[in-house]
Design a protein around this ligand. Structure first.
Ligand code: FUB
Length: 284
């Protein structure tokens, strides 16, 4: 889709344009996911992409140890502001705020929103934040490795509003990369199943679950990680954004992103996505 090594796409439509927030594999050393910056691309037709460059760095968070890298982020919009949820150090999650989809973002609270040693039930590795703002305005933060976690956020999106809960997904094959979507009033929770992993999903009538395992959204992608996000509606169609190692020179630590259409059948089941190399045709 784009010719830069980026991974962990968190895709959203803001103001009619698709923004994809990524881990920047181009600036890691090629032996680990040790980039210290987050990158973004945007498009209004899913074919022509604008490289928005580095939009946030670990240095924006004074409490970051500097020992670990900038991994899978997420960004949501509320009341004209944009909130960047950033995994920091593999043991904390920060939040930065900006006035545009590409920032500039500044640390919003000067402290971690989630911290492993501070917050009860934050889990062993609070990474991979993903936020859903539901139709009633309630925001939920999903994150975690091996055990999917969810916590409600306050209306300003800057604080936890209740306990961190373990989410139940039947089949118990959650590994990482949570993503929450909503389709025809049903909540769709997708995630990676391992290292390597497939993208699987479950459904529920509640954003807190329990989720009933439904199947595979995306098969293995040929590298050690799998990470995907869903755009439910862009100009009338749904899309799955994911990463693989298919860009020349690609691999476990040099990932690149792609987008393919996502289809639901008449019963609301997701049809497993057929991976392409070229992505989707231009969306006018
Ligand atoms: O990019 C680093 C890590 O790889 C992410 O946090 C995981 O989801 C996996 O994709």
């Amino acid at each position: 889709m784009v010719t830069r090594f980026v991974a962990d796409p968190a895709a959203h439509v803001f103001n009619g344009r698709v923004y994809v927030y990524d881990t920047d594999d181009q600036s890691n050393d090629g032996t680990y996911w040790n980039s210290t910056v987050w990158h973004a691309f945007s498009s209004d037709n899913l074919v022509d992409w604008t490289d928005e460059g580095t939009i946030l760095t670990l240095q924006a968070f004074a409490y970051a140890s500097g020992k670990w890298a900038a991994w899978a982020p997420d960004v949501v919009s509320k009341d004209g502001k944009y909130y960047f949820f950033a995994p920091i150090d593999r043991w904390q999650i920060g939040v930065a705020v900006g006035d545009s989809p590409t920032g500039p973002f500044t640390d919003a609270i000067g402290a971690p929103l989630i911290q492993k040693d501070r917050d009860v039930n934050a889990g062993d590795e609070p990474i991979d934040p993903a936020v859903l703002i539901d139709d009633d305005g309630q925001a939920y933060l999903y994150f975690g490795t091996r055990v999917p976690k969810v916590v409600k956020l306050t209306a300003d999106l800057l604080h936890l509003d209740g306990p961190i809960i373990d989410m139940s997904v039947s089949g118990n094959n959650y590994a990482e990369a949570p993503w929450m979507g909503k389709h025809n009033g049903t909540y769709y929770f997708s995630y990676s199943t391992g290292w390597p992993g497939q993208i699987a999903y479950g459904t529920s009538a509640s954003p807190l679950g329990p989720f009933v395992y439904q199947g595979i959204v995306l098969d293995y992608v040929g590298i050690s990680t799998n990470h995907a996000s869903v755009v439910e509606d862009f100009k009338g169609k749904s899309y799955l954004f994911y990463h693989n190692g298919k860009l020349p020179g690609g691999g476990d630590y040099r990932r690149s992103i792609n987008v393919d259409e996502l289809h639901y059948d008449a019963n609301g089941a997701i049809t497993q996505v057929v991976q392409t190399t070229q992505g989707v045709a231009c969306v006018p």
